[in-house]
Design a protein around this ligand. Sequence first.
Ligand SMILES: [Zn+2]
Length: 75
Amino acid sequence: MQCDNCGKEGAFIRKVTKTFGKGDDLLVIEDVPIIHCPHCHENYLTAETVHELDDIRRARKGATRRSVDVSIFAA
Ligand SMILES: [Zn+2]
């Protein structure tokens, strides 16, 4: 896959977990496909993914309640 940023071949899709908001508004979205380029070390989302993330966040599409541990970085 060609990198949109530097134009070189070799970019690939990685699945990451993204979190949005905090406290009671916290939403965790797993398996978000991001494109990673080993040449310029850029990580980016396709326009399609950004759009889908907006949909998910607005409607909390597919959201299920899960008990998770949340740590706050306090230094
Ligand atoms: Zn690149």
